[in-house]
Design a binder for this molecule. Structure first.
Ligand code: UDP
Length: 238
């Protein structure tokens, strides 16, 4: 297998694991896990950040009379559940070189985050899972992905979307005439207020000169195709 990159930070949304009425869909989970194993066996170094939107998002807090910060910590814990689900399925399928780093202190089931060790583990063929976001409220997992991508010195962030092949000027699910962008700069994201990631993430990516590829994860083997450079995507760079 000819891969486009040697080391990537994959950003998955929690939604990618969601069933119709359940927080997890086994088929979706395993489709992702099978592709991760294929890529890792082909020597792609994989760091992964996953969101928590299938379980909880901080912005739901206000409806319950919960302050945003408390809600944000709940969101960070949701990302930990998703990481544990990925880890368990990777292990069950025989891929045991998996390490979980958590920004929040959850020592019984995760390791304390250390970027130098994380790089070493990637070199050794470990799939490195980053849980609990940045460990701070008022941030997102997009920002986490950018920070971790920079810290592990990834060649690119692969930002997975569900059902859209990249970035458009408006929502293509709503507007059939939405314009697709093949290439964008970090400034475009901020200035055009494109809804692909939050502005904090865009500015950090700019400062760290971290290339981002936005792609559609929802087709069969799309992650593998993306890693091989065989899928359309939007590239965000300088
Ligand atoms: N979150 C946070 N700090 C972080 C990362 C996440 O407070 O560094 C919280 C935030 O409340 C967010 C939730 O965790 O709504 C779940 O993450 P995200 O919304 O990024 O997941 P997605 O919607 O992409 O599945």
């Amino acid at each position: 297998m000819d891969l486009k990159y040697k080391r990537v930070l994959l950003k998955l949304s929690g939604e990618a694991l969601k069933g119709e009425n359940e927080i997890y869909d086994k088929e979706k989970l395993d489709e992702i896990v099978d592709q991760l194993i294929t890529l890792a066996n082909n020597n792609l170094q994989l760091g992964i950040v996953i969101g928590g939107g299938n379980i909880w998002r901080g912005k739901l807090a206000s409806d319950l009379g919960i302050p945003q910060l408390n809600g944000d910590y709940m969101g960070m814990m949701a990302t930990l559940m998703n990481v544990l689900a990925l880890q368990a399925r990777l292990n069950e399928k025989g891929y045991n070189k998996v390490i979980v780093y958590s920004a929040l202190d959850v020592r019984t089931i995760s390791s304390a985050y250390n970027f130098i060790e994380a790089r070493q583990k990637l070199e050794e063929g470990y799939i490195v899972l980053f849980a609990t976001g940045t460990g701070y409220g008022y941030f997102t997992t997009d920002t986490t992905a950018t920070i971790r991508g920079i810290e592990i010195d990834a060649d690119a962030i692969l930002m997975a979307k569900n059902g859209v092949k990249g970035v458009y000027d408006s929502d293509p699910k709503v507007n059939p005439n939405a314009k697709f962008f093949e290439k964008l700069t970090y400034n475009d994201i901020v200035e055009k207020d494109l809804q692909v990631m939050d502005q904090t993430a865009a500015i950090l990516a700019k400062n760290g000169n971290m290339k981002i590829e936005v792609f559609d994860m929802s087709g069969k083997d799309n992650l593998v195709k993306m890693a091989e450079g065989k899928l359309p995507s939007t590239t965000i760079s300088k």
